[in-house]
Design a protein around this ligand. Structure first.
Ligand code: ADP
Ligand code: MG
Length: 560
């Protein structure tokens, strides 16, 4: 094929693909435009996962009639005029790409009236071209309607996940923007159901209540270092509240919602030693820096930014978060103590056997080839956390939590497949508050959840009632477990979702570290561990045991 320049309609669709990845991207661009227009109210309505219908209405500045066609031209923007402006830009948009991109991959219409106009202007487009224009009465502000997204882009349509997943992304997005703009009233409805309504009173904690529920909003700690060139402010969870994934870490740089490895690392580092492995804090962190110190033009969907002084941003964020955690730790808190921070000396002694195992050729090769366990004789329990056992070839140290997790995981998976999970009815049903996104995730999985022995039903606005739970799960762990399950997205295949749910239940039901066990109990646990499919790893993939072979012992003691 010879080289040729692509036809304009091909170019526009390819370019649009970068900006509009999924329905939530459309919502993002429209909401950003409303915020840039200074709106104090933004209403979002979606139907059919955002594929069939998206409407965003704002009460912002509006667009003058003579400029309305221009909005749909590629690289047409009112926000910057020069590269120098980009350096100073405080608006969310700056590329002039969103509206033309949306119009290239969907049917779009706009109705807008600016302050000094008598009537609004209506414009409707198909395949990027205007098909209707007219004057219509409307309040000041702008409404954009987007229909039949990706109808002309079947490949992209195929890549979309279930409607529930697309809804979940949209809810997440609006939740995040409402956290960043507490002075704006957001309302979101999905298929006619009201999902989120924020008061718009400027108080971030009130938005937290809407997004994460009252219980959590009350426990969140305020962080704040304001003033000067760099301000860092927002909310973080106390160490007693944690989540199984990073999805509760939200970062806003100059009020732009961004994904940032740098910032998550800084926050996570501040919690080091306070949370168990695999647990993450919740945080809403706003960073405000002079616009010239941050490059906003590094991602087509503006989802990432680059800081000029990465290092100082990292350490300032770490210090603000860490400082707040240290401060609050002075107040003794009932029912929460950081258990996973052993004194430094002790820590070292415990790591020794692992290093030895790694350097020992004889045992490691034979072990991977034979995943099953040799016969073990329990010697005792160590630090109420590990089971000490003797095998034919040396000493085994078994992590009681990890081992029990493996046992329960296998059991739960088997029982849910055969629908034989033992259920306990709760005399006093538990109530639990869920975020809009969690509610959406949960409702798409209600039937599968029942197979796990969990019966849960809506009770008012954002509250749910848990009526039954699996018998093995402690009542005091039930709320946390259900909350974690409802974090798993509909995006997963059912098999993956089932596995993850089994994992969550196993983790919350298993014996904890620090729990003293009777000799009989330890024996029983080892016996059950022997029966499992992969006794040497917990379902998270971490080891359940470490092995100090007779050979290693002899070597250490200088007997060889
Ligand atoms: P950008 O936001 O990068 O400028 P867009 O394609 O999103 O590009 O929008 C193009 C222009 O249309 C904006 O610069 C703005 O002037 C106008 N516009 C879009 N949406 C709105 C809105 N909701 N209210 C007021 N003006 C808007
Ligand atoms: Mg824009």
């Amino acid at each position: 094929m010879s080289i040729r320049i692509l036809a304009p309609e091909v170019i526009s669709k390819i370019a649009a693909g970068e900006v509009v990845e999924r329905p939530a991207s459309v919502v993002k661009e429209l909401v950003e435009n409303s915020l840039d227009a200074g709106a104090s109210q933004v209403s979002i309505e979606v139907r059919g996962g955002g594929v069939s219908f998206i409407r965003v209405t704002d009460n912002g500045a509006g667009i003058p009639s003579q400029e309305i066609e221009l909005c749909f031209h590629r690289y047409a923007t009112s926000k910057i005029t020069s590269l120098a402006d980009l350096e100073k830009s405080t608006s969310l948009g700056f590329r002039g790409e969103a509206l033309p991109s949306i119009a290239a991959v969907a049917e779009a219409s706009i109705l807008s009236r600016s302050k000094d106009e008598m009537a609004g202007t209506y414009l409707s487009l198909r395949d990027g071209g205007v098909v209707e224009r007219g004057a219509r009465g409307c309040p000041q502000g702008t409404t954009v309607v987007v229909r039949s997204l990706f109808r002309n882009l079947p490949a992209r349509l195929k890549f979309l996940k279930s409607l529930a997943t697309e809804n979940s992304h949209i809810i997440e997005l609006v939740s995040q923007y409402s956290l960043a703009f507490p002075e704006v009233r957001f309302s979101l409805s999905v298929d006619g159901r009201p999902i989120l309504n924020t008061p718009g009173n400027g108080r971030a904690r009130d938005v937290l209540v809407e997004v994460y529920g009252l219980e959590i909003a009350q426990t969140m700690l305020e962080i704040g270092k304001r003033g000067g060139e760099l301000s860092i402010y927002g909310y973080i969870s106390p160490p007693s509240v944690s989540r199984a994934s990073r999805s509760y870490l939200s970062f806003f740089v100059n009020r732009r919602w961004v994904q940032s490895r740098l910032l998550s690392r800084a926050v996570e580092k501040a919690y080091e030693g306070l949370l168990m492995t695999g647990r993450y804090p919740m945080a809403v962190v706003n960073i405000s820096v002079p616009p010239q110190d941050v490059d906003i033009n590094v991602h087509p969907a503006k989802r990432e930014v680059r800081f000029r002084q990465e290092h100082s941003i990292f350490s300032a964020t770490y210090e603000v978060v860490h400082g707040t955690l240290v401060e609050q730790a002075r107040v003794p808190e009932v029912g929460s103590k950081p258990i996973f921070a052993p004194p430094p000396g002790q820590e070292k002694a415990w790591q020794m056997p692992i290093q030895h195992e790694a350097t020992s050729p004889p045992s490691s090769t034979s072990e991977t080839a034979h995943p099953s366990l040799p016969i073990l004789r329990v010697v005792g329990q160590l630090a109420s956390t590990y089971i000490l056992a003797e095998g034919p070839d040396g000493l085994y140290l078994i992590d009681q939590h990890a081992a029990h997790e493996r046992v329960l995981f296998d059991k739960i998976l088997a029982q849910q497949a055969q629908r034989t999970i033992e259920v306990q009815g709760l005399l006093e049903p538990l109530t639990i508050e869920l975020s809009p996104r969690q509610r959406e995730n949960l409702s798409s999985r209600a039937p599968e959840l029942a197979h796990f022995g969990i019966e849960i039903e809506p009770f008012g606005d954002r509250t749910y009632i848990i009526r039954t739970i699996p018998a093995m799960l402690g009542v005091d762990k039930a709320a946390e477990a259900v909350r974690e399950i409802s974090d798993s997205q509909g995006e997963d295949t059912t098999t993956k979702w089932v596995e993850r749910t089994a994992l969550t239940l196993a983790c919350h039901s298993a014996i904890r570290a620090g729990q003293t066990l009777e000799q009989e109990e330890t024996k029983e646990l080892i016996r059950q561990l022997e029966q499992t499919t992969s006794p040497r790893t917990c379902p998270h993939g971490r080891p359940t045991m470490i092995h100090l072979s007779s050979w290693q012992l002899q070597k250490e003691f200088g007997r060889t």
